[in-house]
Write a protein that binds this ligand. Structure first.
Ligand SMILES: Nc1ncnc2c1ncn2[C@@H]1O[C@H](COP(=O)(O)OP(=O)(O)OP(=O)(O)O)[C@@H](O)[C@H]1O
Length: 267
């Protein structure tokens, strides 16, 4: 279970003053106007059960990346706490945090994050190299996952030889190869064409059914959320506007902002 409890996080110069304003529920606009600071997340509480494919949806600037970075411990919440499978992430020592990020969490990025001078196989095995696994085991596991994502013929190719969709399949194989129980996917398909995106969404659904890992999938696209999510949360200007199944959100959007998202997607 991933649990965010009353998490507030600001960016700017005078965090103390900003937090005092946030505690008094000044809101994002007033904090920007009066203090020139950004209230990235404002009193966010969220439970993501183990094994669920949970979608976080929101517009650019709504706080999605900040939320992901709080879950993987890249930033610590200024108010509130983040627990992952019973561990208070913000309470971890730097050494334990490195271990936590290596063993518990794998990431898939919008920009793929592949090394251009490494082969597809080396890229897929990269997380395993960091873990200190030997060459033979690394190659075997990388090959296994590359086969699973349909790229067995490309193990020795370089990323430049692949299409965007194939590159993201490598990103997926690399994330799966480390065998972490939690997969954080930050707008992984936003740079891809609709047909490729559709294929990769299908692959994620297959993998989720097969592996039952906890997947936190960030998107700004309600159609994508609707196809993938067991449950989802809509973030709006740093606050959670609504959580529920896609069907619940489609049927009864909590406010005009959520309704606009629903209307943007063809039923
Ligand atoms: N390091 C930072 N310094 C200052 N402001 C930041 C920083 N990181 C994020 N912000 C601000 O916090 C708010 C939330 O940003 P965040 O990146 O979490 O949103 P997002 O929903 O992921 O948007 P996007 O889809 O554009 O990445 C935005 O207004 C952003 O400008």
């Amino acid at each position: 279970m991933i649990r965010l409890s009353h998490v507030t996080h600001l960016f700017g110069d005078d965090i103390r003053q900003g937090l005092a304003a946030a505690r008094q529920q000044a809101g994002r606009d007033r904090i920007r106007q009066t203090l020139d600071m950004t209230l990235a997340l404002d009193d966010v509480s969220l439970d993501i059960p183990t094994g669920e494919l949970f979608v976080v949806m929101g517009l650019s600037g709504s706080g999605k990346s900040t939320l992901i970075r709080l879950i993987n411990g890249l930033i610590r919440p200024q108010i509130g706490r983040v627990d992952v499978d019973g561990t208070d992430v913000s309470g971890l020592s730097p050494r334990d945090l490195v271990r936590f990020r290596r063993n518990r969490i794998a990431m898939v990025f919008q920009s793929f994050g592949l090394f251009p001078h490494k082969t597809v196989g080396e890229n897929a095995g990269f997380g395993l190299a960091i873990e200190g696994l030997g060459r033979a085991e690394r190659d075997e596991r990388a090959r296994h996952w590359l086969t699973r994502v349909g790229l067995e013929a490309y193990v020795d190719a370089y990323p430049a030889e692949l299409s965007g969709g194939m590159r993201q399949r490598v990103g997926l194989a690399r994330a799966l190869a480390v065998d972490a129980p939690i997969l954080l996917m930050d707008e992984p398909f936003s740079a891809l064409d609709p047909v490729t995106r559709n294929d990769l969404q299908g692959l994620v659904l297959e993998l989720e059914a097969e592996l039952q890992r906890t997947i936190v999938f960030v998107t700004h696209d309600f159609s994508e959320a609707e196809r993938l999510a067991g449950r989802m949360a809509v973030l709006h200007e740093g606050r959670i506007a609504q959580t529920g199944t896609p069907a619940e959100i489609r049927t009864a959007p909590a406010d005009a902002h959520v309704a606009a998202f629903v209307a943007s997607a063809v039923a």
